[in-house]
Each structure stands twice: as structure tokens, then as C-alpha cells.
Design a protein around this ligand. Sequence first.
Ligand code: DI6
Ligand code: FE
Length: 407
Amino acid sequence: MAATHSPNNRVWTNARLATMAVDTGTPYGAIEDGVVVARNGRIVFAGPRAEVSNFGQAEVIDCEGRWITPGLIDCHTHLVYGGNRAHEFELRLKGASYEEIARAGGGIVSSVKATRAASEDELFASADKRLAALTAEGVTTVEIKSGYGLDTDSEVKVLAVARRLGRERPVGVQTTFLGAHAVPAEFKGRSGDYIDLVCGPMLDAIVEQKLADAVDVFCEGIAFSPEETARVFTAAKAKGLAVKIHAEQLSNLGGAALAAGFGALSADHLEHLDEAGVIAMAKAGTVAVVLPGAFYFLRETVKPPIELLRKHGVPIALATDANPGTSPLTSPLLTMNMGCTLFRLTPEEALAGMTRNAARALGLQDEIGTLEAGKACDLAIWEIGRPAELAYRIGFNPLHTRIRNGQ
Ligand code: DI6
Ligand code: FE
């Protein structure tokens, strides 16, 4: 009788694994001649072929020596927004700075107008194309922030679109409420009143509809002060939500240390972070998310303090920051390349930044981010000879297959 196999049991064999597990003693947690065994969408074994005696009634997939990494995780994006800002790109090329454009009513506020005017279906359709670009390069989980609605109905609309992407596409979506992204035009000069709205009715509506997994604040001279940030974090924590911060992107306001004091999952950007901030993050276990796309697009010159983050053992994650204003980037592979060329990460750090440490930046370290038994079977299978190729190439996609929850 021919062997039957359960569709819920799958084995990827004849593969090289970059497990990205910690403390294996080998770069990338690599295993030559490895197998991944999955049952009902979860990894039950990832390790040397020699340790598995038989595959039972499983569907066996021969990887022909290809590399398997954990599915990539983009832990910081603003994927859902209306319109685009190509016109501001032109203005910046004529000499205007990002801050000048923002102060003159352009910048985030112009994306807010377009986002408010767009229907849910329109927002879904445009974000879906950007999401497809991410998944085409191996992304299996993405974080999506609100922050281009800036009134209760529009923030709810954006987060509902993000949730819908997670339901209708084969990708995990974590949502983050970033109502404190910018002061909307109708609150100009009254940021305190706007923060009342964010911490009150807006947060209430979002919690009520279970639309957010975390809350973020843009703490910056052109956005919100540390005091305003603390108010949002206090309100978020009272509702049981995790917090994150955009900090030290254009100046050092001590936002990362503030967020660490609230037990933040991550502090993101960090170009102007100092050693005191690094130490505070290390103590709190807050992940440093670096965003080379924004650094590149704004032609910044001050790099995040990678050496200090390494010295104090702060985990470093890497993300696209996909957004219309400062990082119109939807390539995780180019992001890894930029992490290496611009910030001097090693290719192994870059891959850890889009797998293991990105999972941690989302609080999902027990679920995803490494090839280890017990985690979701989210895989990226690559046509490469060594893992460093993922960060090395520019504009080339060696993805062979992407697997989400074993499918
Ligand atoms: N930091 C950024 O780089 C983006 N948001 C943020 O908090 C900028 C968003 C934009 O300009 O539209
Ligand atoms: Fe951002």
C-alpha cells in the first residue's frame, strides 16, 4: 500500500539551517544537513538529520541543499497610509530640510490629510501592495503602526485595515497605536489637549475594539515631549498595553531611557542615543530597533551607537520603517544591506535583527524568530550559498519559498 501522509505533518530535509538560536556556539546557529519537522504548523524539531530516525507519515520536502532561515520579521512599519510624498522628495532635493517641511505644514500632516480622505478599501489596497513587497522577500510577520489618522475615527480605520491585512493575507500582523505621531492641524499649538484626546477617547476606542497590541510615541522636538510621552505610556500601561518609542532620531531628549523606565519592548531610531540611555535599555531588556532606511533617506550623518549597544548587550533589531515621509522602503533585504553598509552591523547581526531580535521587539520571542521546537513554523528558504549573501546583495531576491505556519 502506498504511504499516506498527513497534510499537517511536514518535513523539510536536505537543508542547511540558520536557526538563529542563541548559544549554539556556531555563527547563525548553523546546522549543515539539517531538517525541520513541523506538526500542525509548529516546529517540533529543527536540527541535524542524523538525530531523526524516521519521518513517520509526513510530507517530505527536499530542499536540495538550500538554506532555511526563520521567516523574516519587520518589527517597525507604518504600512497603512494614503497618498505619498514624492513631491516633498523633490522639495528636499531643492534644499528644504525634513524639519522645515514639517514646520510648514507638510510632512506627516500632509499624509494625514490623504489618510483621512481615503476609504478603508483604498487604504487596504495600497498597503496590500507594500505588504506584498515585504512578503516577496521572506517576511512572515510585520508590525504596522497607525499614526496617519490622528483623530479617533481615522486611527480606528487605519488599525482596522492593519488587522484585516493580517486576516486576509498569510502573514502575522502586530498592530501598534501611534496616535502620538504628530500634532494634527486642528490642535496646532495645543499639543497637551491633543494628548488628552490620545490618552482618553482615542485609546478607549482602540482598546474597546481590541485594535492594538502596543502603543508607540514619537518623542522629538517636532513631535511630543518626554512629559507628554510619559502621559501616553501611563495611560497605555493602565490598559495593559505594551509600549514602544520613536526616540533620539533627530536629537537626544532622553526618550529611550524614559521608555526603558516603563519597561518598553523597544526604542527605535536611536541615532542620538547616549551611553546612559544604552545602559537604561540594557537594564530594562528594551530592544534597540535601528532603521537605516530613514537614516539614508534623510541623509543623516550621526549613526546609532552600535558599539555601545554591543558593549552593554542590548539586542539590536533592524526594520524598514516603511513610511511615506522618511523611509519609502519595502525591502527587508536592502534594509539588511543598509544595516551593514551604513551602521556597520555584521551580516549575522543584520539577520538576527530581522529574526530573533525583531521577535523580541514585538514581545513574540516565544512564538517566532528562531528555528526551534515549540515555535510557529515560519520559514524562509533561500537559493544562497551562505547566509551573508542575504545582506550582501543589492536589488536581488534569492527567496525560493516562504512558509507561514507550516503552509
Ligand atoms: N519617525 C519617522 O521617521 C517617521 N515617523 C516617525 O515618527 C516619519 C513619518 C513621516 O514623515 O511621515
Ligand atoms: Fe517610524
